[in-house]
Write a protein that binds this ligand. Structure first.
Ligand code: GLP
Length: 242
């Protein structure tokens, strides 16, 4: 694991975007695995800046998002589809047909999950997967105590996650209880992984993920076994790291 410590969120976003931009310059047809949450917003802003400055193009880029809530329409303000459009896709030259986000409204969820896996394979797998980390150590929506070997699947969200994500909704009752998420196995199949963590609320779980036992109670701990992981942390999130 390569750990890059930076001062603050601004620096974290710049560093992450330059790693992603480097990937796109070296391989314009890259398959990017993308994440939602507050953490990557600054990275997306920086990528938009780099696009506007002509440094990168997304015209041949394929994307796969980690997860999507079940039961929200794609234009719902809280859907991850809407998040990705407003925070990134609407501002760059990506082609609509190259964007992949699980459909949380699919009638046959099992088939949706299987098709998602097939599509990732069809494009040759994910070149670089961007990740945040939940306060409980989840990556994507792989909550604690789930199987490491799972592929894209229907997940019941943890109470802790529902509480944490309720900050985006009118009330906690409005937070969906289920989501479709790439599984740990899907994430681990990416060629490279770039995990971002900022703020003191991530410090302890990040320490456990990097130096603790590799256990399903801390889903992100599995990343210790991946051959190409870069973790960018700001001073606060990195405060427990040696
Ligand atoms: C969400 C997402 C994750 C994200 C995590 C942390 O539930 N499913 O992909 O990494 O929570 O979010 P944040 O970046 O807002 O702390």
């Amino acid at each position: 694991m390569k750990i890059i410590k930076v001062k603050d969120y601004k620096e974290l976003s710049r560093k992450a975007s330059s790693i992603l931009a480097g990937q796109l310059i070296l391989k314009p047809k890259s398959v990017l695995g993308l994440a939602t949450g507050s953490t990557p917003i600054g990275t997306y802003e920086e990528l938009i800046r780099l696009y506007n400055e002509g440094v990168v193009s997304f015209s041949n880029v394929i994307t796969f998002n980690l997860d999507e809530y079940c039961g929200l329409k794609s234009n719902d303000i809280n859907s991850y589809c809407n998040f990705m459009k407003t925070k990134l896709f609407n501002h760059i030259d990506i082609r609509e047909e190259n964007i992949h986000i699980p459909n949380g409204l699919a009638k046959d969820i099992q088939k949706e999950c299987e098709d998602y896996e097939k599509k990732i394979k069809k494009f040759g797998g994910i070149d670089i997967q961007l990740l945040g980390i939940g306060r409980n150590g989840h990556i994507g929506f792989n909550e604690p105590n789930l199987k490491f070997e799972s592929k894209t699947f229907l997940v019941n969200l943890d109470e802790d996650t529902i509480k944490a994500n309720s900050r985006f909704f009118n009330s906690i009752e409005d937070v969906p209880r289920q989501a479709i998420s790439m599984g740990i196995k899907t994430i681990m199949s990416s060629k490279k992984i770039l995990l971002l963590a900022n703020g003191e609320e991530k410090a302890e779980i990040l320490y456990r993920a990097i130096y603790g036992d590799i256990i399903p109670q801390v889903p992100a701990s599995i990343l210790q076994l991946h051959p190409d992981v870069t973790i960018i942390v700001d001073e606060k999130a990195g405060s427990c790291l040696k």
